[in-house]
Design a binder for this molecule. Structure first.
Ligand SMILES: [Zn+2]
Length: 305
């Protein structure tokens, strides 16, 4: 039984394989995932089991097609299975028909693996903004209840300026509705910045994360923690080892990629463990269902074509 006085936040894992993403980006190849995905997934599941927490796993299709056994293992431990698309493509680079294909392919693959529907989606690279809000309509047509892809600030690569930071049920132009669970941002020197995942979690010390998470909770703002399997693995990553045999590569580029993937990465796991022990966490689906039941009239969302 969880303590109801402790703040409750939302916990999500973007389940993807570092080696597959690297080969796709640098060699335009979809390769088998690395064996490290077993170790990383087991570390996540053990950590969640030891802290009695449940998470949403946004499953990447091109990893699931090689490792359906791991998807079933995650589902069997009571965690929510949701979608992270099929090929980890920036959704803004696809037209509407190709976006539909990517989403419907991954929906079919993942629901076939677990033998049950899925209800949520997170776009690769948080790539839903003003230019492709029709992705939300596609999700609603596939029967999904929520999306968690929008950063409510405009950054170089993603986000929508002044998007509502609250979890909301939106009425869409196709007549359906969808809950949006935006990513968490905080006020920093009169600017808004992300805080609850990625490089930001690496940089901020635990005491600071505690302080801002509690402040957000006091203002009735949710914290959406987003994590990746490789962040639970403290071993050094050398991306060169992940290229297929015979691949040519630039030494400088490889050095910079290694630096980006390894810098402060080992600091994340102790912080995650401490956060999991300090707060209650629920899945995105539970959060979305709560938003749906408390909403009497959905907010109307514009949908430029
Ligand atoms: Zn991703």
């Amino acid at each position: 039984m969880k303590n109801s006085r402790i703040p409750t936040f939302t916990l999500s894992i973007d389940w993807e394989d570092f080696g597959q993403l690297l080969c796709r980006d640098h060699c335009s190849l979809v390769t088998r995932p690395l064996k490290t995905i077993d170790r990383q997934t087991n570390i996540i599941l053990d950590t969640l089991s030891q802290t009695n927490q449940k998470a949403t796993f946004f499953i990447l299709g091109m990893l699931a097609q090689y490792r359906p056994d791991l998807v079933k293992k995650i589902a069997s431990q009571g965690h929510e299975i949701a979608m992270h698309g099929q090929h980890h493509i920036n959704m803004r680079s696809l037209n509407k028909a190709d976006a539909y294909r990517d989403l419907s392919d991954s929906y079919k693959l993942i629901t076939d693996i677990i033998g049950a529907p899925v209800y949520g989606y997170r776009a690769p690279y948080f790539s839903i903004d003003e230019s492709n809000l029709y992705v939300l309509e596609i999700l609603s047509e596939l029967g999904l209840i929520y999306d968690s892809s929008i950063f409510p600030i405009k950054l170089k690569r993603y986000g929508i300026a002044n998007f509502d930071t609250n979890d909301q049920l939106y009425h869409l132009p196709n007549g359906r509705s969808l809950v949006e669970l935006p990513l968490t941002v905080i006020d920093w020197n009169r600017k808004k910045i992300p805080v609850a995942g990625g490089g930001y979690m690496r940089l901020f010390p635990k005491f600071y994360l505690d302080r801002v998470f509690r402040e957000l909770n006091d203002r009735q703002q949710n914290v959406m923690l987003y994590l990746h399997p490789y962040e639970f693995d403290t071993r050094h990553i050398n991306c060169r080892e992940n290229y297929p045999a015979g691949t040519s590569y630039s030494k400088t580029k490889t050095f910079l990629t290694n630096m980006r993937w390894n810098l402060f990465r080992s600091s994340i796991r102790p912080k995650i463990n401490a956060l999991l022990q300090s707060y209650n966490f629920i899945t995105c689906l539970k959060k979305a269902e709560h938003v749906k039941t408390r909403t009497h009239s959905p907010t109307v969302l514009g949908c430029p074509q």
